[in-house]
Structures are given as C-alpha cells and as structure tokens.
Design a protein around this ligand. Structure first.
Ligand SMILES: NC(=O)c1ccc[n+]([C@@H]2O[C@H](COP(=O)([O-])OP(=O)(O)OC[C@H]3O[C@@H](n4cnc5c(N)ncnc54)[C@H](OP(=O)(O)O)[C@@H]3O)[C@@H](O)[C@H]2O)c1
Length: 175
C-alpha cells in the first residue's frame, strides 16, 4: 500500500483515570455524555473499526458511520461489515477515499493496532463517586513510549457537580 492514500489511523478510547479501566462485562462502565458527544462529533460521517466483542455490546450499528467489525468469522450482523484483517479495513477505507479510519476498541484491538495508530484521543474519566468496577483495560504499555502529548481539553464543565470529570488528551507519534 502506498503511504499517499493511506488513511490517518485515529484511536479513540475512554479510560478511568488511574487504572486505565475501559470496560465491564462487555459494556462501558459509565455513562459520560460529554465524552459521547466528543466521540460522536469526531467519528460521524467516517469509518469506525471495532473488535467483535465491542460490537456485541452495541444493540445496532453506530448511526451515520460505516461500521467495520474485526472478527475471525465470515459474517456479522446486518449493518456491520466483517473484516478478518487490518489490511481489509484499510482497503475498505481506501476504496472510499477516506482521510481517516477510527479505531474504537476494545482492549485487544487497541493493543494489536498500537503500531498502526497515528493519533490517540484518550479521554480520562474521573468518577465523582466511587471508582467503577472494570474488567478490561486500555493497553497503555503498547503506547507509552511511542506517543507524545499534543493537547488536552476538559470536556466537562468545571462547575458540573453531577457528572464525572472527563479530560481529553490527544497524543501523536513524533514526526
Ligand atoms: N472505554 C472505551 O473507550 C471502550 C471502547 C471500546 C470497547 N470498550 C470495552 O472493551 C471491552 C471489549 O474489549 P475486548 O478486548 O474484550 O474485545 P475487542 O477488542 O472488542 O474484540 C476482540 C475480538 O476482535 C476480533 N479479532 C479478530 N482478529 C483480531 C486480531 N488479530 N486482533 C485482535 N482482535 C481480533 C476477535 O473476534 P472473534 O472472536 O469474532 O474472532 C476478538 O475476539 C468491552 O467491555 C467494551 O465495552 C471500551
């Protein structure tokens, strides 16, 4: 594949501040409207690639996006495109001349694709109350030595006493 028409690979993840938990029993541990709004704004109109376990947790495909599911199976549910390799996902994006391909988890996919990711948009969730129970973790070790912090932004209102605090940190590979 030529580098010229390769889409930019952008990973989006939300992790609990501290332990990097991202999931519990196949779902997000929290409801964070501010992070969901950022996720929607960033990915709508684009192509998202997710692992089969993450897709299993969605009642339907994410609207207004092409939903790619990485699975060893030949097919998946209606509305999703099954891919068996990352190259197939890249080909799908190239055929549509997409400038970006969004990698949206879960842990296994973040880990395997760490060498491919150009930019990581990581939202750190700080709970207002007790920590959330988690059983799946963001593979920080796969990214830690290869990415530089570019910018950060508080997604939640600092005066909001009701919702968890959500801080977005954007990392990129040094050029
Ligand atoms: N907080 C967040 O930002 C966030 C984002 C996404 C997901 N999550 C959470 O993460 C959890 C799911 O993560 P997970 O790690 O268990 O599963 P996952 O990464 O969503 O899916 C793993 C599956 O992807 C498929 N796959 C096929 N080829 C692969 C390859 N070479 N490398 C990796 N995967 C391949 C396999 O499906 P087959 O078994 O069908 O072959 C594999 O079982 C859920 O709790 C979900 O809610 C959190």
């Amino acid at each position: 594949m030529s580098a010229a028409n390769k889409p930019k690979i952008i990973a989006l993840a939300a992790a609990q501040a501290g332990g990097f938990g991202i999931g519990y029993k196949g779902h997000l541990p929290w409801k964070c409207p501010a992070d969901m709004a950022y996720f929607k704004k960033t990915t709508q109109g684009g192509i998202v690639l997710m692992g089969r376990v993450t897709a299993d947790g969605f009642p339907k495909p994410l609207p207004k996006r092409e939903n790619l599911v990485w699975t060893g199976s030949d097919t998946y549910r209606t509305g999703f495109h099954a891919v068996k390799t990352f190259d197939q996902a890249l080909d799908f994006a190239r055929e549509r001349q997409a400038a970006q391909l969004f990698v949206i988890g879960g842990a296994k996919v973040y880990e395997v694709l760490a060498p491919e990711v150009d930019e990581l948009h990581l939202t750190l969730i700080t709970p207002r109350g007790m920590l959330y129970s988690v059983d799946t973790y963001f593979p920080n070790y796969a990214y830690a030595n290869h990415f530089q912090r570019q910018r950060s932004e508080l997604l939640t209102d600092p005066d909001d006493q009701e919702n968890d605090k959500a801080e977005l940190i954007v990392f990129a590979r040094p050029t």
